[in-house]
Design a protein around this ligand. Structure first.
Ligand code: 13P
Length: 254
């Protein structure tokens, strides 16, 4: 049985220390000691240390929203996985569609980051998913396959078992449009089937695949109730403790 993992990707929001710690405390008060689901906060880099101090001693984990695949050096503006670790991160989101779109990140570059995250003891949350145009052209599975083959290239079965994949259809991100539970389930099942082909059944049965894209309290139950959906990567609804808690409340696991 895979444990649900519900992560808040705060994106470029709630970066002010007081806002970040207030948000973290609001979730901590309700779910800080919960073992029922894994909870991860991914605040902006500048708030990582403050949020880390708030969640210290709780069951909530911390993640970065991105990283550069080098330990250090002359890479102005970039963040090393060593710094993320030092701030208390256990996870790092990689290949988010906003990075693929606005910063032209390729599968190859994302794969380099995934491998380097593992080398430095961070668990990657690898984001995959099609645009609206690709969906309308019937290319959803082809895109998911391309992102998965690209992102997972060269990883060991043990690595894939331990990582998180986040299926986030681009057209559902921040738009209020959610994939129907059936559509999301069908893509998740396809992704898991592909992982079974690339690796084996035990890897496919173990790896957790989150859904992301306009997840909120009132659609969480149906989405998270699907057999191949193992949690959520939440954007907008992760920015208020009540709405994030509402997703956990309705996850079916608490
Ligand atoms: P929204 O929940 O705001 O649609 O964002 C989803 C997302 O991109 C999480 O990474």
């Amino acid at each position: 049985m895979r444990k649900l993992i519900i992560a808040g990707n705060w994106k470029m929001n709630a970066g002010a220390a007081s806002e970040a710690t207030g948000l973290a405390k609001g979730v901590l008060a309700k779910y800080g000691q919960s073992d029922a689901v894994d909870i991860v906060f991914c605040p902006p880099f500048t708030a990582l240390r403050e949020v880390s101090a708030v969640i210290q001693g709780s069951k909530i984990a911390l993640g970065g929203q991105n990283m550069y695949p080098k330990a250090g050096g002359a890479f102005t503006g970039e963040i090393s996985p060593l710094f993320l670790k030092d701030c208390g991160c256990a996870y790092v989101i990689l290949g988010h569609s906003e990075r693929r779109t606005y910063f032209k990140e390729s599968n190859e570059f994302i794969n380099e980051k995934v491998k380097f995250a593992f080398e430095n003891g961070l668990i990657p949350i690898l984001c995959i998913g099609e645009t609206e145009q690709e969906r309308e052209a019937g290319k959803t599975e082809a895109v998911v396959e391309d992102h998965l083959r690209g992102g997972l290239a060269g990883l060991t079965p043990e690595q894939v078992k331990s990582m998180i994949i986040a299926y986030e259809p681009v057209w559902a991100i921040g738009t209020g449009k959610t994939a129907t539970p059936e559509d999301a389930q069908s893509v998740h099942a396809f992704a898991r089937g592909l992982i079974a082909k690339l690796y084996d059944d035990s890897v496919a049965r173990t790896v957790r695949i989150q859904y992301g894209g306009s997840v909120k309290a009132d659609n969480a139950k149906e989405l998270l109730g699907q057999p191949d959906i193992d949690g959520a990567l939440v954007g907008g609804a992760a920015l208020k403790a009540d709405s994030f808690n509402g997703i956990i409340d309705n996850s079916g696991a608490v």
